[in-house]
Write a new protein. Structure first.
Length: 346
């Protein structure tokens, strides 16, 4: 897409400083991978030198920041402007509406005329697929699944029967929505399966990463709140309720019936045990283990998770353990010597 540096500055609501308005821009990239006809960005002066030394045509910078060696586009928020620029240069284009001849569509399914159904997609009885939806190859849409307008289901996603996706939902490749949770009880002949007759509801503007599993409720609903973003390889168990605008990073596991309130952030490889509640705005650090309810607005880390400041103090103390052990051994030796001297004196 042809655009000049001056035109890009206008698109980003920025101010071009240092000339070069007529130079053509072919894309944007980080300063460690940018090419000479592309634009990079920095969020402050910390990485400005690296950006100056790169082959970038120009640099997106915060308002008021200048550069002697390159033109800059001064903006209010460089990260947001960079994101907008990425969207402008996005080479990916959605497929045209229509149903591929190899797709298997149940007679009672309702598919909007402006939806796209790719090769070898299966759509079950009573399923509803909304306006502008994109269902990519090999996806399986179960019976009575509802998918709202503008949602995207990437290849090899499986959505089990009677699950609901809102509008603007994105589900990346390989994810499974609505499988049975781990529900068994001990019987005379071993573990007896508990039927899972509930559902999964994914609200508007949720993004689900690749190879994520979201289990259906035993009864009732597993709910993913509007605007929540889920990274790759996350497991969300049955009857979990995740509030709006949460951020769940890679390889997180959330056990059954736990509740995450609005705006919770859980970092990679953390775990939440069953029936726990995490308060609104709380942040859970990498590899933390949630074994009790956590109040709102705190930062926790460690296993079991505790206030992050306390965890840092413990980790700092642990680094001194070898020295402390040596000190204890010397004191024990000295005490033994003094006791022996006292005994001899008697």
């Amino acid at each position: 897409m042809d655009i000049t540096l001056g035109q890009l500055a206008v698109q980003l609501d920025g101010i071009l400083v240092g000339g070069g308005a007529d130079a053509f821009v072919t894309g944007v990239a980080g300063y460690d991978s940018v090419e000479e006809d592309q634009v990079t960005y920095v969020t402050g002066t910390r990485h400005l030198t690296g950006a100056e030394l790169s082959p970038a045509l120009a640099i997106i910078v915060p308002a008021g920041v200048t550069c002697d060696s390159k033109p800059v586009i001064q903006v209010r928020d460089p990260r947001e402007a960079f994101t907008r620029a990425l969207r402008f240069f996005d080479w990916r284009r959605p497929p045209l509406p229509g149903i591929d001849r190899s797709a298997i569509i149940a007679q009672t399914a309702a598919i909007h005329a402006r939806a796209y159904i790719g090769p070898l997609v299966t759509v079950g009885e009573g399923a509803i697929i909304g306006d502008g939806c994109l269902i990519y190859p090999h996806a399986v849409i179960g019976d009575h699944v509802e998918i709202g307008n503008g949602s995207i289901v990437y290849p090899q996603v499986t959505i089990y029967p009677r699950c609901t996706l809102g509008s603007g939902v994105i589900v990346h490749a390989g994810s499974v929505i609505g499988a049975d949770g781990l529900g068994f009880h001990p019987g005379l002949l071993g573990w007896e399966k508990i039927p899972h007759l509930g559902t999964v509801i994914i609200e508007d503007d949720v993004e689900v990463g690749a190879n994520v599993t979201i289990d259906r409720a035993t009864t009732g609903q597993t709910i993913i709140g509007a605007g929540t973003k889920i990274d790759n390889q996350v497991h969300i168990a049955h009857n979990v309720r995740i509030g709006p605008h949460c951020m769940i990073l890679a390889q997180v596991g959330i056990a059954g019936s736990s509740i995450l309130e609005e705006g919770v952030i859980i970092a990679g490889q953390a775990g939440v045990s069953d029936h726990k509640r995490i308060g609104a705005g709380t942040q859970v650090a990498v590899r933390a283990g949630i074994t009790r309810n956590i109040p709102a607005g705190v930062i926790v880390s460690g296993y079991p998770a505790q206030p992050h400041v306390d965890q840092l103090k413990m980790e700092a103390a642990m680094r001194h353990l070898p020295t402390l052990l040596d000190t204890v051994k010397r004191l024990e030796k000295r005490v033994a010597e003094l006791e022996q001297q006292e005994a001899e004196a008697k």
